[in-house]
Design a protein around this ligand. Structure first.
Ligand SMILES: CC(C)(COP(=O)(O)OP(=O)(O)OC[C@H]1O[C@@H](n2cnc3c(N)ncnc32)[C@H](O)[C@@H]1OP(=O)(O)O)[C@@H](O)C(=O)NCCC(=O)NCCS
Length: 185
């Protein structure tokens, strides 16, 4: 794995870059929407005051340790922060779990798909991973669609895998292997 990867990733419409503390107010507002908490595992609702700043403050250590690569998703045209995407690395297995959210005002414009494709390329080309996977609540087909459009394959459903807001959620899992990725590019 590379020691200090380049963490500014460009796509046609987006810049993916590490968060800074000045992003906290926007993250607080976007991640605080109930629609985001509804289909994610680790975002509480109500989103506590200061939670965004605390989350961002932890990133530098995670990146330095190579255990997590969180990126702010910035729309290049107007430098608006529209969401977040991250790769949680499990180094022993050369594997990572991808997670993401897009702020509600920016849904259905292809941003999640565009960001996921770029982060998958980063995971294989820069981090040297062998497998990237992601899970989604089965009642959230949009997220499965993002994964499949980004080249991941549905592998199955983990029944009642997550307890979320006092209810058990069935979770689908999708993944892409290095060999799939190399065949596709
Ligand atoms: C899921 C989420 C990331 C999708 O982001 P997005 O930027 O709107 O997704 P995209 O625009 O790239 O859309 C990808 C595909 O999903 C489809 N899609 C998006 N929202 C959808 C919805 N609410 N219902 C059905 N399909 C939807 C799009 O139509 C597109 O498919 P298509 O090209 O075949 O039409 C966003 O809705 C979100 O952040 N939700 C809350 C948090 C969350 O669920 N995160 C993922 C946890 S696993």
């Amino acid at each position: 794995m590379t020691e200090q990867p380049q963490l500014q990733l460009i796509t046609e419409r987006l810049l993916l870059r590490p968060f800074t503390l000045s992003d906290a107010p926007v993250v607080q507002r976007l991640a605080g929407a109930s629609e985001i908490a509804d289909t994610t595992t680790n975002i509480p609702h109500p989103y506590p005051e200061g939670a965004a700043a605390a989350w961002i403050a932890g990133h530098a250590t995670q990146i330095a340790a190579g255990t997590n690569y969180p990126f702010a998703i910035i729309r290049r045209a107007d430098e608006t922060l529209v969401g977040a995407i991250e790769l949680h690395v499990q180094p022993a297995h050369h594997r990572a779990e991808m997670g993401y959210w897009i702020g509600v005002p920016y849904w259905r414009q292809g941003y999640a798909t565009e960001a996921a494709r770029r982060v998958i390329a980063f995971g294989f080309d820069t981090l040297g991973l062998n497998r990237i996977y992601a899970t989604y609540f089965t009642r959230n087909p949009a997220s499965r669609r993002v994964m499949e459009k980004a080249g991941m394959r549905y592998e199955g459903t983990l029944r009642e895998w997550i307890r979320h807001a006092d209810r058990y959620e069935d979770c689908g899992i999708c993944a892409i292997l290095r060999k799939d990725y190399e065949q596709a590019v």
